[in-house]
Design a protein. Structure first.
Length: 750
């Protein structure tokens, strides 16, 4: 045993015995204490959900400072958010006093990058007072470059190029190192050339964007070894939080910096790596022991957040991933309540059921602030928001705006509003140049002046002004086309279904195409939200009725203060915790999301599974999983399969609510056996209240003309024989998919 290990053991034993141990070690468990005291050499702290990683990280810094192993300015501590930086400074300050004020190298990757670049700006081709461009500035600059190359901006939008460039910078790729194939991803081979022009223009402007803060720092260290050696001498200890979320550029920078000292400690959880879509590489943490030979791996597995059943369900799920280092969470606080699983008829019943559950909890004095609904896709929020408004349940959306406050929804509703009421100046002004029609500020000013002079609405002013020569030919033509489109849509309001009209408005205006061409990570979500908006409109008699509903929802109190249910995506939930968590929509294609499976294959599936693990482990006392048997997509009903993740949940930690599930063969038989094996009673809920035909669609249900015993074909489930008929709901024994209940309109005779 080395002297260091001997000292560590001694301190650890003293801490457990409470004998002359430093006060900051009090209350740490054995693994946490080991992670704090193992200061020499490379260390990977695998910190499972709720195991106290922040406490370990801050206590480790406090220990290094208290024992004189390094001065404050000799410690490099990297976080991912300003919030985490502030929290660490506060905690360290409480442990060792004001010493933390002297830690200049505690901050985010980008904050440290700014500090380094300002010190060595000239070596990076900059001046020390360089500007950091925001997103709008970046898009404006790229637009200028695209225009200078005579590239069609509508076909190749600046936002798409910005996303490509940001991705290259996250991979640590300057223009000259971008692979030829990737360079051809924009404007038929001009992506790499435009990237180079963009970087040159940034230097002319003495500016950088956020991606440059790491890219330029890496280039600085690679091209100037003497500068890198300075920082090697500066830092005796390096600590990195959330290591599983690092991208390639961050990883390369850490490898360069860590060459100067072997004392690097990375804290993270490979099972919570859920940001691959924005460049994070889970492989960085998986290969830590290869990158840093002789590394110590310390697992924090005692969870201080969740009950035993919640941890058991989460651990059983994540065990199905192959690419993981492995750990098993446990708690000393008892098993608690089982994780519940419920099968529901459709998303409307799902929202009603969860709303009723929350009201029931509220009557038992359960704080709404301690309740969260975690969805896989933001369009799922709409059903819950509408239900909460109906019930008068206060809620907040975390990590984004409420459904009807989202940019794409407000834009779409503005189009619908103007079609109903051309005098709505605010809505007309909102969409007059969205998507881009060449109607710039000067055109709007002309319209406002004419409207004020003639005491007209902006729309009426536009109708008059397109007949004059006050506008240049191009904007005049664009404005005339828009006015004619609105005139046509207005005529169709009483003649075609309002959902069809809404789709036409979004398509013919170019709004849908605008987001289809947009290559940013948010574009797919925006299109999903628009589809959900159109789908939900079908539940109203006409467009005016729907817009009145939207107005009432928007009028609901948007204040996020007070006691409110928390509604967010699974991605936004990381790092948070709640007493009770609802996890709706566990269906194939939605969760795991089909897009992840199509684009990333097994890697995408494993990240989706990690997302499920994160969702379950947000719960402290209760976790409720649900899936629907029917979901309306693009205006048509589908019968999704339950998520494969449901079949991966350990039986002894799950309790099925409503064993009368219409998915009988898939769910009930498995969990009936589970109930018998563990000799416990599964709660038998009443049959779903909305099995009645009127809730399936806005039109009356039709009586099926199929016959029991008849052989039929279903697009998703294949061939089968009819077992039971109840109106238009048919129970079928499928040859490969088991017994399922489906809607008659989905069947074909064979």
């Amino acid at each position: 045993m080395t002297a260091t290990n001997s000292k560590t053991t001694s301190l650890s034993e003293r801490a457990r015995a409470g004998q002359n141990a430093p006060p900051y070690l009090a209350g740490l468990n054995e693994a946490q204490t080991q992670a704090v005291l193992t200061t020499d050499g490379p260390v990977l702290v695998l910190a499972g959900a709720g195991t106290g990683k922040t406490r370990v990280l801050t206590t480790r810094i406090a220990h290094i400072l208290a024992t004189g192993k390094a001065r404050p300015n000799e410690i490099l501590a990297v976080t991912f958010t300003n919030k985490a930086t502030k929290e660490m400074k506060t905690r360290i300050g409480q442990m060792v006093g004001g010493t933390v004020e002297g830690m200049p190298w505690l901050g985010t990757f980008h904050a440290i990058g700014v500090k380094v670049l300002r010190r060595h700006a000239e070596l990076a081709g900059l001046k020390s007072n360089f500007t950091i461009l925001d997103t709008d500035d970046t898009l404006r600059l790229l637009k200028q470059l695209i225009k200078a190359e005579n590239i069609d901006e509508k076909r190749w939008p600046p936002r798409q190029l910005a996303t490509l460039i940001d991705g290259w910078k996250n991979q640590g790729l300057p223009p000259e190192k971008v692979p030829n194939g990737e360079g051809f991803a924009f404007a038929q081979g001009k992506g790499q050339e435009l990237y180079a022009a963009y970087q040159a223009r940034l230097k002319d402007l003495n500016a950088v964007d956020f991606g440059d803060l790491l890219l330029e720092m890496n280039k600085l260290f690679q091209n100037h070894p003497d500068v890198l050696q300075q920082y090697h001498r500066y830092f005796k200890y390096i600590l990195v939080d959330e290591y599983q979320d690092t991208n390639v550029a961050q990883y390369l920078w850490l490898r360069l910096i860590a060459q100067g000292t072997g004392n690097i400690c990375c804290v993270g959880d490979d099972d919570q790596a859920i940001y691959g879509w924005r460049g994070a590489q889970v492989d960085n943490i998986l290969r830590f022991e290869q990158d840093f030979k002789g590394a110590s791996v310390i697992r924090l597995e005692r969870n201080y957040r969740s009950t035993g059943h919640i941890l058991g369900a989460a651990s059983g799920l994540i065990d199905h991933n192959q690419d993981r280092l492995g750990k098993t969470l446990h708690t000393e606080d008892g098993l608690g309540e089982h994780v519940t699983l419920r099968s529901l008829w459709d998303d409307a019943e799902e929202a009603r059921t969860i709303g009723d559950e929350i009201e029931s909890l509220q009557t038992k004095s359960h704080s709404l602030n301690e309740i969260a609904i975690l969805v896989r896709a933001s369009f799922q929020m709409r059903a819950f928001e509408d239900r909460f408004v109906t019930l008068g349940l206060p809620y907040r959306v975390i990590g984004g705006p409420r459904f009807y406050e989202r940019l794409e929804i407000k834009d779409a509703c503005a189009y619908f509003d103007v079609a109903l009421n051309p005098a709505n100046d605010l809505k007309f002004e909102r969409i007059i140049n969205t998507p881009k029609r060449g109607l710039a500020t000067a055109t709007l000013e002309t319209l406002h002046t004419h409207a004020k002079t003639r005491q007209l609405s902006l729309f009426e002013a536009a109708m008059e002004i397109v007949e004059t020569q006050e506008l240049r030919p191009k904007p005049r033509g664009s404005l005339r086309q828009l006015i004619e489109q609105f005139a046509g849509w207005r005529q169709d309001i009483k003649t075609i279904p309002h959902t069809e009209l809404a789709e036409r408005i979004l398509d013919e205006s170019g709004y849908t195409q605008m987001w289809q061409k947009d290559k940013s990570p948010q574009s797919h979500t925006r299109l999903e939200n628009l589809k959900e908006l159109i789908r939900y409109m079908g539940e109203f008699e006409n467009l005016a009725g729907f817009m009145e509903h939207v107005s009432l929802v928007m009028d609901a109190d948007a204040n996020s203060d007070g006691d409110r249910v928390n509604l967010m995506t699974l991605h936004a939930a990381k790092g948070l915790e709640f007493d009770t968590v609802f996890l709706p929509g566990w269906e194939e294609g939605l969760f795991p999301h089909q897009r992840s499976l199509d684009e990333e294959g097994r890697a995408g599936l494993e990240e989706e599974r990690r997302l499920g693990y994160v969702g379950i482990t947000r719960a402290k006392k209760q976790a409720h999983i649900s899936f629907t048997q029917n979901r309306r997509i693009h205006g048509s009903w589908s019968s999704p399969l339950p998520s494969r993740f449901i079949d991966e949940l350990p039986e002894n930690h799950i309790e099925v609510i409503d064993q009368q599930s219409s998915y009988g063969g898939y769910i009930t038989s498995r969990f009936d056996n589970m109930a018998q094996n563990h000799q416990r009673t599964i709660k038998s809920a009443t049959k779903p209240k909305i099995i009645d035909a009127e809730v399936i669609s806005s039109s009356p249900a039709e009586t099926s003309d199929f016959a029991i015993g008849e052989r039929v074909f279903h697009q998703k489930f294949g061939y089968g024989s009819i077992q039971d008929i109840n109106g238009d709901k048919i129970t079928i024994a499928f040859e490969k998919a088991g017994t399922k209940k489906v809607i008659a309109s989905f069947l074909e005779r064979h």
